[in-house]
Every structure is written in C-alpha cells, then in structure tokens.
Design a protein around this ligand. Sequence first.
Ligand SMILES: *Cc1c(COP(=O)(O)O)cnc(C)c1O
Length: 374
Amino acid sequence: MENLIRLSKSCIGQEEKNAVLNVLDKEFLGMGEEVYLFENALSEYFGRPTVCVVNGTAALHLSLLACNIGNGDEVLVPSLTYVASFQAISATGAIPIACDVDPVSLTLDISQLKTRISSKTKAIMPVHYSGGVGNLNEIYAFADRHKLRVIEDSAHSFGTIYNEEKVGSFGDISCFSFDGIKNITSGEGGCIVTEDNEVLNRVKDARLLGVIKDSENRYVGNRSWEFDVLHQGFRYHMSNIMAAIGLEQLKKIDKISQIRRSHAILYDKLFKNCKNIQYLSHDYTKVVPHIYTIQYKASIPRNEIMSNLLEKGIQTGFHYFPNHQLSFFKECSKQTLAVTDSIASKLLTLPLHPDLTENDIRYVASEVIKLIEA
Ligand SMILES: *Cc1c(COP(=O)(O)O)cnc(C)c1O
C-alpha cells in the first residue's frame, strides 16, 4: 500500500548513508575503528563502559553467561516480552521463570518475585516495556536481599530517565538493542553497559569466539594470531558498517526522543476521554516511548480491529504473545499468570516512529476511536 502508515520503521538520513559509504570506501567492514568509536560515544553517553555486539539478544545471552548462569539455574522474567529475552536465557541452559506483569505499567510485577524465587534463582531480567522501567528500585532492593544479578532488558528504553539518571547509567547490567526499529538503530546491533569489569572482559572476549583480548587488536585494524581461549565464545561482534550507522543515530537521540514523546503525548490527549481505551500513563518528561500500546475493552476480536485498520492504511501490532503460551516455553510457568493471560488478547500497538506527522497520529487515533468506542 502506497500511503501505509507503518507501525514502526528505520528512520535514516543522508548522514547514515554517507557514513556507510565511508566505511565501504575504506574497505574494512568487520570490527574495527568505527566499533571502537561507537563504543566510546556510548560510554560517554551512559557514563559507563559499553561493549557492542551483533544484536540485543546476543547482549542478553553474553551477559547471562558472564554471570556464570547456565544449566539448572533459573532467571525471573516477565512473560510479556519479546521471545528474545526467553531465548537468551534458555540458550545458556538456564530456565526462564515466567512472571506476571503489573496491569498498569505492563512491567514485572514485583510481588511475583517472592512467589517465584527458588534456591536455583540466579538473576532477574526486568523488561522495560515500551520504555518505562516500572518499580526498578524495588527490583534492585529484592535482588540485593537475595544476592541475585539483575540483567535489564533495556531494548525498549534507550533514552529513558529513571531517578534522574539514564537507563543504562546505573544498576548491574543493562542490555540494549539497536535493531532496525529501536529508538536508535545500527541496522542490527546491541550493547551491554555495566561497571563490572569481570563481565566486561568476559563479554568482550566471548563476542570474538572467546579469543582473549582480541578486541584491543581489532580496534586498531589487527587481530590476534597466537592466543588462548578460556570460555565458550560466539561470533557476536558488531561490524564497522553497523557502528557507522549507530554513531550517526546516537547524534540524533535528542531529536528522536522529542518526536517520539510528542507523538505519544498527542495520542494520550486524543484518547483521554475514551472509556474503552486505556493507555500507559508514562511521564514523558522521563520516558522515551519505543511503542505506543493500548488496552481496549470492546468485545471485537483484535484481528478484526487490526484488519479494519489496515484497510484504512494503518498498520498495527501487539506486544506480545505471552512466552509461557509458546510450546517451547510452556514448562516455564507452573503457576497461572492471571494478569498476562487476561490482558494479552486486549493489547494493541499503534504506529509510532519519528517519520510520522502530527496529522498521521490524529488520523490513527480517530480511526481507532471509531472502531473501539463505537
Ligand atoms: C528488540 C528486543 C530484544 C532483542 O533485540 P534484538 O536486537 O532484536 O536481538 C530483546 N527484548 C526486547 C523486549 C526487544 O524488544
């Protein structure tokens, strides 16, 4: 469809195109100077060391491994997340323990931690749904009391502020995604932000097949020839092409955040008096929204709403199909997840990306209201 209002998209300018051409001209496409520069720019942004990897899932996977989480261990994670969070946990041999979410923020319900923790629990993976972090203070307090690691799935929350600090700039380990539709993109890509030197060294080596200290050589265009390997490794490094895109996107983060926020604020305003539409009540002076999700009350099935909207040129989606309902992860929840099970089919995600105009948002909102409030 020609005038389709897309749910999400990469928003790329001439700057990113030039940066990629520049890397292609240099004919050094793998991990080298651009990755080094992108990591430095991110470290400066967060005020903490940052390691770039090939995607957000790899960031989560390597972080878990660096915490020595594996076979037989358990990680507490909300069921309402992208399957990436669950797959990253199960890839280590650990079991993702599906937790329920708070019905208002759609982030991990902290009362669940008490009922799901066991002697095998090693970590909590909170998911910053749509950019909000929920009650992260309490998650850290619980983790402290029980000596658990916290690996934040921060994929949705690049730019969000919590307790006056950027997500990623505090806490244990924070993992971001730079896939094509995230708040900033490097094509694919992701990063790990932490102050834990042991974790930093482990993930730096593990992204390059476990070759010890290969990163330092790669940064300056070399590689290690004679080396040792101490741990399982992967081909999870970022390429210069990706980093070149990421560097340009990072320069635009203030502008991107401002547009995403103003679109979400406008949606909120347009839905304010709707009885059947509940939106996430984010404080947009703090949260940078990655997705704009509503919970609706009408009895009309979601796939009908979605296909009706598509006929009007509006692409929608939903976040997420709960992980504990997937065949591969159905063993991950021994108790029922009342909130997740009852709201999952009533979630709808509306278009949100920086290339939308105010008129697009008004048009989407009016079509949604026609269907759901009728
Ligand atoms: C995007 C995303 C990821 C994974 O990131 P990739 O870069 O796509 O691997 C993980 N968790 C959530 C919640 C995401 O939205």
